[in-house]
Ligand binder design. Structure first.
Ligand code: ATP
Ligand code: MG
Length: 420
């Protein structure tokens, strides 16, 4: 029997993991610098939460969810995104009593049964955040600047920010009527999904993946031209807050975003390289969502960014990831007595947080040296009977070949001082 990873899933191997760790660490650092704290939510939730929290007219809910009955007969779904779970947790844990805004970030796997394509997987990874309690637009601009700062600190350039406003339920319901009048003569020639959307949520016909390029969709009226005064002022406020910190954006009336409960601000960070799978990060305001999921009316806003797509983009832009040396020093053993001493030294070094390695394969002196070289371990110390009797060892720095004589007794302290 030969097993392989399931379609759309894959391993992240040691050869790549350091890039992921850099990305995750930087994201956490950036979030912390804005006052966000991490939340960890379960991998699965009851199916109904996603139907409500993501929206039952979305592709994610209608086509892409991994749903099954567990042995207790409950309908369970592997999270296709993070917002619904975070909203559930916010309500369940009474977080509305915390000082606002409540700022939460996350790093999750997500699962969607999707057709395979570049940058599209069935298990993928998202960095995201949600913020509750502020109506904006200052916080809308602030979460956009979380992404902007993250990209800049990672060394990414040339990512376009697209923003739009999809209004509030009041301007949207007026607009939906306008849109229905517009689409009515054409709806019979549109795809099956659009025919369903026409009745349930005509706004989503605008970002149809099948009909989207058609002239009739391209020239449809855009919500941005029908915003009510409050929504207009909110959008102007978002723009001036972005202008104030110098974050550039394009207004893109075509962004409507997947979630049904988005209100006002929606945005995407789009690659200039990756093409159709070019959306690296998407987010928006969802003032109706908490209430819709059973909580008190609470404004909220968030985004999610695909780590796979971020890394594709980083690679395309030639971002360099440096690999940290986890193992700082290799101790070459020349005799059994030396090896016994090396065990003690390694134990002490590790207790003090210094990564080290020694031979575990009964290798000869020569092949231990070769191994250490192959692993690019930056320091090398040879210990044999001579070193044990003189009480002195040489610590070789592989980068410049220089050697420093160190007393065996003080070796741990020396390593802590020079290698930490
Ligand atoms: P798309 O239009 O590409 O399907 P989406 O609107 O479904 O994206 P969101 O639900 O907004 O995506 O998810 C946020 C981000 O998560 C996306 O911008 C993308 O970077 C990433 N993402 C979404 N689906 C996948 C997937 N199947 N594989 C890898 N990354 C994904
Ligand atoms: Mg999708």
């Amino acid at each position: 029997m030969k097993y392989s990873a399931q379609k759309g899933t894959g391993d992240i191997l040691p050869a790549d993991i350091y890039k992921w760790q850099k990305v995750e660490k930087m994201y956490a650092d950036v979030c912390h610098s804005f006052g966000y704290e991490e939340i960890r939510i379960p991998t699965f939730e009851q199916t109904d939460l996603f139907a409500r929290g993501v929206g039952d007219t979305t592709d994610v809910v209608t086509k892409e969810m991994y749903t099954f009955d567990d042995k207790g007969g409950r309908s369970i779904t592997l999270r296709p995104e993070g917002t619904a779970g975070v909203v559930r947790s916010y309500i369940e844990n009474g977080m509305s009593s915390l000082p606002s805004p409540v700022r939460l970030y996350y790093n999750i796997t997500a699962f969607r049964y999707e057709k395979m394509a570049k940058g599209r997987r069935r298990e993928f990874h998202q960095l995201g955040l949600e913020s509750f309690g502020s109506t904006g637009p200052e916080i809308d601009a602030e979460i956009i600047s979380v992404v902007d700062v993250f990209f800049k600190r990672m060394g990414l350039r040339n990512i376009s920010l697209h923003i739009n406003s999809i209004g509030c339920p009041s301007c949207r319901s007026k607009y939906n009527e306008i849109l229905k009048d517009y689409f009515r003569p054409h709806v019979s020639s549109m795809c099956e999904d659009c025919q369903a959307r026409f009745e349930k949520n005509p706004l989503r016909m605008i970002d149809c993946k099948i009909d989207g390029e058609k002239e009739v969709v391209q020239s449809a009226p855009r919500l941005i031209d029908y915003l009510c005064d409050e929504c207009k002022a909110h959008f102007e406020g978002l723009k001036s807050n972005l202008d104030a910190v110098g974050i550039k954006y394009e207004i893109d009336p075509n962004i409507v975003r997947g979630l049904d409960y988005y209100t006002r601000t929606v945005f995407e960070f789009v690659s200039e390289n990756v093409g159709t799978q070019g959306t690296i990060c998407g987010g928006g305001r969802y003032d109706g969502l908490v209430e819709n999921c059973g909580g008190a009316p609470t404004p909220g806003i968030g985004f999610a960014m695909g780590i796979e797509r971020f890394l594709m983009e980083a690679e395309a832009q030639g971002v360099e990831f440096t690999k940290d040396d986890n193992v700082k020093v290799y101790l070459v053993g020349m005799s059994d007595t030396a090896n016994a001493r090396i065990s003690q030294i390694c134990y002490q070094l590790r207790l003090n947080g210094i990564g080290c390695e020694r031979d575990l394969m009964k290798r000869s002196f020569k092949s231990q040296m070769k191994y250490a070289g192959k692993q690019n371990i930056p320091y090398l110390i040879v210990i044999g009977d001579d070193e044990l009797s003189s009480g002195k060892v040489k610590c070789k720095c592989m980068a410049d070949g220089s050697e420093t004589e160190v007393g065996l007794e003080g070796l741990t302290d020396y390593c802590i001082e020079h290698m930490a």
